[in-house]
Design a protein around this ligand. Structure first.
Ligand SMILES: Nc1ncnc2c1ncn2[C@@H]1O[C@H](COS(=O)(=O)NC(=O)[C@@H](N)CS)[C@@H](O)[C@H]1O
Ligand SMILES: [Zn+2]
Length: 475
């Protein structure tokens, strides 16, 4: 973990999660079966929270014709340099260039002009889970900075007023807090500075976590889009007072980075540590079979009994009865995969009808009689969950520094300790100068707003501070 990027590359291969770097297109990786299962369970958490808050899942075409993508000027200015274009169908040159969607505000707003005519249909909350494509020029990294973002959950909502869109921003923030809390991923929420908001948005609220190497990672963003896209698309509806006017929109997205941060935040030098709630296998049972045929048979039949009981109790169980692997190699293999609990069954456990249970997070082992197996496993699972949550939160707190001194902030950020907060007058020029002097990126100001004590001054210009501003090295 001391060299996080190298650790991350190692762990996603060792745990057979994701194959990155061998697929012959830069910035594009392959979800392997075990990783795909983790991704599927993470998406179940995300879909569950969106579906239970009135969001309707849809699926839009991947290709966006150039004239649609160009409708909103700020949007296209922001994405111009990142769009992949399709120019041919077979040997024929297309008469209209088609973009691989970098995000879907334009295609979705366009179709909404046909679907939505009246305020009575609002609020509308669509979302989709798709691949998006961005020709990233900064260093690409598995799950963290992709050119094909394969797990892009984008939500797009329509409202009759600025205020109702603002209410939706708050709801989206609550949904994201619930997602990250369920996945035990710590975060700070910041309002992005004016100079770094989403192209076409009025303002952007972002969730940032901190990777083990002290760099901040943006893991989710919520945008109030105002009427930017509805004006650009001349999208008018009948309002409550009979007027025709442009509705208001928000959009909010998370990506593969959610899985990346789950891996990074909980992992250790033995590999993944997957929170039980999203672990593909929650209990792996490793029989330790003696040479003698008869005794081996006893161990294996007892193992089958234990597995059946735990499966009946609703746990996701796997028995590793591979003949050709020694127990030690099996322990290593399943530790790398981050399986929360391992049950070891040798001759002694078979004869005494007990289980030896090893926790992946603390590596502690406990004995339990077969009769108490379900209860002890449930209890240990809960302990793993709360230990991972507590461990992640306490590490995260150590990565936040609040200081009046820009030098201390620079030292903190330069030595990759994490996020530093300093008083700020609110002027863009001072914010940009801080980025220079700290050699980091401004994440924005705390959301919800936090008052700054009297007397705090901007370390750049000396004016009274109106907010704390956050700076960090970022991915
Ligand atoms: N190249 C990338 N690789 C992996 N994740 C990315 C990449 N670009 C963006 N993301 C993730 O996707 C989230 C949403 O992207 S975004 O540009 O901020 N917002 C949008 O595209 C809006 N349309 C909301 S869906 C970001 O917060 C970030 O977590
Ligand atoms: Zn200032």
């Amino acid at each position: 973990m001391s060299d996080f990027p190298r650790w991350f590359d190692w762990v996603i291969e060792a745990a057979e999660v994701y194959d990155y770097g061998r697929y012959p297109v830069k910035g594009m990786g392959v979800w392997m079966p075990y990783g795909f299962q983790i991704r599927r369970r993470v998406l179940e958490v995300i879909r569950g929270l969106l579906d239970s808050t009135g969001h309707e899942e849809v699926l839009f075409p991947l290709l966006i014709p150039e004239h649609l993508l160009r409708r909103e000027s700020e949007h296209i200015r922001g994405f111009e340099g990142e769009v992949y274009w399709v120019t041919h169908g077979g040997r024929e040159e297309l008469d209209v260039k088609l973009a691989l969607r970098p995000t879907s505000e334009t295609s979705i707003t366009y179709m909404e002009t046909f679907w939505i005519k009246s305020y009575r249909q609002l609020p509308k909350k669509y979302y989709q889970v798709v691949s998006i494509f961005r020709y990233e020029t900064k260093a690409t990294r598995p799950m963290i900075r992709l050119r094909e973002v394969t797990t892009f959950k984008e939500a797009h909502t329509v409202h009759e007023s600025f205020e109702d869109a603002e209410r939706q921003v708050l709801e989206a923030i609550e949904v994201y807090k619930a997602i990250f809390d369920r996945l035990l991923i710590p975060y700070v929420i910041s309002k992005r500075p004016e100079w770094d908001k989403f192209a076409g948005a009025l303002y952007t609220i972002a969730f940032d976590t901190v990777m083990p190497d002290g760099r901040a990672l943006q893991i989710g963003t919520v945008h109030h889009l105002g009427q930017s896209f509805t004006r650009a698309f001349d999208f008018r509806i009948q309002m409550r007072d009979e007027r025709l006017d442009h509705p208001w929109q928000t959009s909010y997205g998370v990506s593969d980075r959610v899985v990346a941060s789950l891996i990074a935040v909980h992992g250790d030098d033995r590999g993944l540590v997957i929170p039980p709630s999203v672990a593909p296998i929650q209990v792996v049972i490793v029989p330790i079979t003696p040479g003698d045929e008869e005794k081996r048979g006893r161990v294996l039949s007892y193992t089958a009994r234990v597995a059946e009981r735990l499966e009946k109790a609703g746990f996701r169980v796997h028995v590793d009865d591979r003949e050709w692997e020694r127990p030690g190699a099996k322990f290593y293999y399943w530790e790398a995969k981050g399986v929360p609990l391992r049950v070891e069954i040798g001759l002694r456990e078979a004869e005494e009808e007990t289980l030896t249970i090893a926790r992946r997070d603390t590596l502690e082992k406990v004995e339990a009689p077969l009769g108490e197996a379900e209860g002890r496993i449930r209890e240990l699972m809960a302990q793993v969950e709360s230990n991972l949550r507590r461990r992640a939160q306490s590490f995260f707190k150590e990565r936040l520094l609040r200081t009046d001194s820009l030098e201390d902030a620079g030292e903190w950020v330069e030595s990759r300790r994490g996020i530093a907060e300093v008083p700020w007058c609110g002027r863009e020029s001072c914010g940009l100068e801080m980025e220079e002097r700290v050699n980091g990126k401004v994440l924005g100001t705390p959301w919800p707003e936090e008052p700054v004590e009297d007397g705090k001054r901007c370390p750049v210009c000396g004016r009274p501070a109106v907010a704390w501003i956050r700076l960090a090295k970022t991915y």
